[in-house]
Ligand binder design. Structure first.
Ligand SMILES: [Zn+2]
Ligand SMILES: [Zn+2]
Length: 240
């Protein structure tokens, strides 16, 4: 078997998921691309995963999360929405690169190792069906499916549904974003049982203002979820 793998790796050398460079591990980044990916490793905001200056231990919060307290328990992000962090996120969202869901899941598993505890139900942030028709897949569902595979945690792909087609959130204030989403995301009536009393972890590709995740949290609580956590691949921050 090893011999076969070696032979295959000669014919199909493992490539960096961003460039064509040869790498040792499947689904990984080469050294150069890794260095250009702003992974969040140090002290981070407990609510959204944004990096914070300093090294103190304990629960700290970024300015955004102090101004807008989050309805969820805690949140983690794998990297910043910058340079390769932005490239990976956009490729997964618009570029048909669903193969990036697997490395994304491995990075999220690492970033969320303290919150992805046994019994946590993974729930992707939903997209409207009309967007599914156009793009064919929901990148957050792809990530949660892959994360379910690597962690062994259950994922409920249709636990939340988007009932309204919302216009773009770009350029709106936090209040406008929230108004735009009013009633747009609800728990799927067929999934109330799976959400009731559960520890839920919402999965999304990007967090900007947090308005979408706030609407999803409300919908999960509405369906009887016990606790809600959030995990995103990339966190957009204004300051960094
Ligand atoms: Zn590379
Ligand atoms: Zn924060």
């Amino acid at each position: 078997m090893l011999g076969l793998q070696r032979a295959l790796s000669i014919i199909y050398p493992t490539q960096c998921v961003l460039c064509a460079a040869q790498v040792d591990q499947d689904g990984g980044l080469c050294g150069a691309c890794w260095r250009e990916t702003p992974f969040i490793n140090g002290l981070a905001c407990d609510a959204c995963g944004a990096p914070l200056p300093g090294f103190e231990k304990g629960r700290a919060h970024c300015d955004d999360c102090m101004i807008t307290p989050r309805p969820w328990e805690a949140g983690r992000a794998a990297f910043l929405y910058e340079s390769n962090g932005r490239r990976i996120t956009l490729a997964l969202k618009h570029g048909d690169r669903t193969d990036l869901a697997k490395p994304a899941a491995l990075w999220l598993q690492q970033a969320g190792r303290d919150i992805l505890t046994e019994g946590t139900l993974l729930v992707p942030v939903p997209v409207h069906w009309s967007r599914l028709l156009r793009r064919r897949y929901n990148q957050s569902a792809e990530i949660s499916r892959a994360l379910s595979k690597v962690t062994g945690l259950s994922a409920c792909q249709n636990a939340l549904i988007r009932t309204k087609r919302t216009t773009t959130q770009n350029g709106l204030t936090v209040a406008q974003r929230q108004a735009n989403l009013d009633g747009a995301i609800v728990a799927n009536p067929k999934c109330y049982q799976s959400l009731e009393g559960q520890k839920v972890c919402l999965i999304d590709d990007v967090m900007t203002s947090g308005a979408t995740l706030t609407a999803c949290t409300a919908a999960a609580f509405e369906a009887g979820a016990d606790q809600v956590f959030v995990m995103v691949l990339a966190r957009v921050t204004k300051t960094l």
